[in-house]
Design a protein around this ligand. Structure first.
Ligand code: 13P
Ligand code: SF4
Length: 370
């Protein structure tokens, strides 16, 4: 096991940004024989413990395959939350980053929620500390507080609404149509994109995803010249010069659906390359090209793969199920308060099934667990 250091941004007083350091553990990759044995053992443990595996598209391929082979799901963060809440299993094994496990626990307090590594975090969550966020909200009491799902339970507890990238545009448009002025946190790029699309009055927190922020607009232009027929798929955590070149802007599920349904032979994809595993399975024969980043760096910041998603290993799943390690707990009253803003989102999506397909060129319907 080694570790990488990661720089991330956090807003500070006076409109400045601080650069802070975090770290991520890098699990050792097992050899082929051990991989197969670990996968079989994990499947056996899931059965024994009445557990279901809820995995994100950015986790390693074997974990995604195990989830689907054992009746779990591989999905975006909205669908992970919905799947975990609906599934009857007593234990949810959430493979992703910490906020995903917390959301599952908030929605299913009577289930045991385990994660392969509780230190798997997210730069958006780290860049939005609850006490500083609280002060930001207190300073703007006339604004409706909308937060991205990539936040701690305490930040969600302070919010009026939680949104994910699948439904953010539709929910903000709905609130803006009601004449509400918004406070948005933490992703500045997603906030900026939504603001430009909806014209909503939004005051933005200045956090960023360390993975998507590395995609580069000028390099993407050059790549598109080399592949003039390629469709460009972009996750909206990317900066505006990248988003502005997209044929499709959407959540991970929406980008996956775009590859499955798209007429093009080639796709330039600006999101974590963990999603290529499922794209290759569901759209074999199509050519997938990673959108350009700043290139190799000392950390894996610029490698289009989230260092915290990479902390999820099959060994971690086995350890969690064998020992009960990695259990998520969310204290009261934070849990009940956060539940209100998450349920508002889930109710909105249930009541407006077409709402996650906004009237915007290239958006696609929510795909579910694919
Ligand atoms: P999705 O909800 O689109 O899966 O995004 C979650 C995430 O963390 C993207 O970086
Ligand atoms: Fe957070 Fe970015 Fe990793 Fe997604 S890819 S979990 S937004 S750091």
């Amino acid at each position: 096991m080694s570790s990488v250091q990661v720089d991330y941004a956090k807003p500070a007083a006076g409109g400045r940004d601080l650069t802070l350091q975090a770290w991520a553990r890098v699990p050792q990759a097992p050899g082929p024989a051990e991989r197969a044995a670990q996968k079989a053992r994990a499947a056996e443990l899931l059965r024994e413990h009445d557990a279901v595996l809820v995995a994100h598209f950015y986790t390693e391929g074997d974990i995604q395959d195990l989830a689907l082979e054992t009746g779990g799901c591989v999905a975006d963060s909205l669908e992970m939350a919905r799947f975990g809440r609906e599934h009857p299993a007593r234990t949810l094994l959430v493979s992703g980053v910490r906020f995903m496990g917390e959301t599952s626990k908030i929605l299913s307090p009577d289930k045991r929620v385990l994660m392969p590594d509780l230190d798997a975090t997210c730069s958006l969550d780290l860049g939005c500390p609850p006490d500083e966020f609280e002060a930001f909200c207190d300073a703007n009491p006339d604004r409706t507080v909308v937060v991205y799902a990539n936040t701690s339970a305490a930040v969600k507890a302070r919010a009026d609404w939680v949104v994910t990238s699948s439904c953010a545009l539709a929910i903000v448009r709905h609130l803006a149509d009601r004449g509400e002025r918004l406070l948005w946190a933490p992703d500045r790029h997603l906030g900026d994109y939504i603001q430009r699309e909806t014209g909503a009055d939004m005051l933005l927190w200045r956090g960023a995803c360390i993975v998507h922020e590395e995609f580069k607009g000028i390099a993407l232009e050059l790549l598109r010249e080399e592949h003039p027929r390629a469709m460009v798929l972009v996750h909206p955590e990317s900066p505006a010069p990248v988003v502005d070149q997209a044929d499709v802007v959407g959540s991970t599920s929406q980008l996956l659906r775009a590859v499955i349904d798209g007429d093009a032979d080639e796709y330039i994809v600006a999101t974590d390359n963990g999603i290529f595993h499922r794209m290759r399975q569901l759209a074999p024969g199509k050519t997938l090209i990673e959108a350009p980043t700043a290139g190799d760096s000392a950390t894996c910041k610029s490698c289009a793969h989230c260092p915290w998603m990479a902390m999820n290993s099959m060994g971690g799943i086995i350890r969690a199920l064998e020992t009960g390690a990695g259990e998520i707990s969310v204290p009261e009253p934070t849990r009940s308060q956060a539940l209100v803003s998450i349920e508002r989102m889930l109710d909105f999506v249930a009541e407006h099934p077409g709402s996650v397909v906004p009237a915007y060129r290239g958006h696609v319907a929510h795909l579910g667990s694919a």
